[in-house]
Write a protein that binds this ligand. Sequence first.
Ligand code: PMP
Length: 400
Amino acid sequence: MSAISDRLKNVSISASAAMTQRARELAANGIKVISLSSGEPDFPTPAHAIEAAHVAALAGDTKYPPMDGTPALKAAIIRKFKRDNNLDYDASQIVVSGGGKQVIFNAMLATCNPGDEVVIPTPSWVSYADIVKFAGGVPVAVPCHEQTGFKLRPEDLEAAITPRTKWLFLNFPNNPTGAACSRAEMASIAEVMLRHPNVWIMTDDIYEHLVYDDFQFCTIAEVEPRLYERVLTMNGVSKAYAMTGWRLGFCAGPKELISAVSNVNGQNGGGIATLTQAAATAALDGPQDLLKERAAIYKERRDFVLDRLSEVEGLRCHRPDGAFYLYPNMSGLIGKTSKGGRKIETDVDFVMALVDEHHVATVQGAAYGMSPFFRISYATSMEKLGEGCARIAQFCRDMC
Ligand code: PMP
């Protein structure tokens, strides 16, 4: 008899983690790999956040935390939602978890009944569909096409909603395309949702602060206050404050939903490390200038990589407004053969040949539910981006 639950059998391991692993293996063999596969800021955690954790540790703040978040952190989160999103929440409407990922996991476990459908604009972050399946739900992909900037069109959303729909997920700026959503576009999504009063909305705003060229981020509960009672607004410190390793995310929403999410949270981990909570409080309450400074650097990198890719025959790349990803279309190379003799039929063939022959790690579009594309993360130095782009260009040029 297998030790593995049926629930787990449908769940795959993250493709970006698998590629990062492949890059590490090559690196362990002394090969210089340019890793453009990981969705992780290369900046350090702000010193004042590290300092706050240090101070908390020395002050003896090392006991079990409250399950749903310390009062100080919840207060900082309430201030954050007001300051950045003009949203009002009180402490009973907030839960703190081990990263945005755990927030979503807990929310789905708290709410999905078997067969409940979760509408996921696609391409989408690899974990959404797996988390939904884990919780017994059914992921339903709504395609967001390259021709329309990978945006969610209201008519496609409308067509995806059925009587079984429990949730709509929103993630703009998006992983993996970088597509963001203007206020007018968000209002038209909201209009659809007003017609479906039984559907909840989970908005993953983790890339909120990563928008470029004066693009204005917005979030659905603020754009359409009539949806406030049905929206779970998720955010975290990983991407904005370069705190991926601290593991802290949070969400806010209507009391009843939050209390259910909090219930799962209490069983699933039992609260987040006190030192992490102290650091996150300092990050949220501290100087915010670094967000704009870092966004300016990401923008330069985005433009640099876009310029380089535009010179590569066979690739075509949409210019996104946010996040730190590019999602080039590689259909122009399908049917070709790499210099190392690999036939390129799919985006999986492309990224595997690229990492093996030119040692650049990227992630296949298939992992995000839309082919033939691949994802480049530009959350790395200009030097690595320059080298990575040169290798990609060479790889493509050498195909015949
Ligand atoms: N949502 C999206 C869209 C992401 O890309 C990621 C990280 N790759 C997360 C959530 C999870 O972030 P965290 O580190 O807070 O778990």
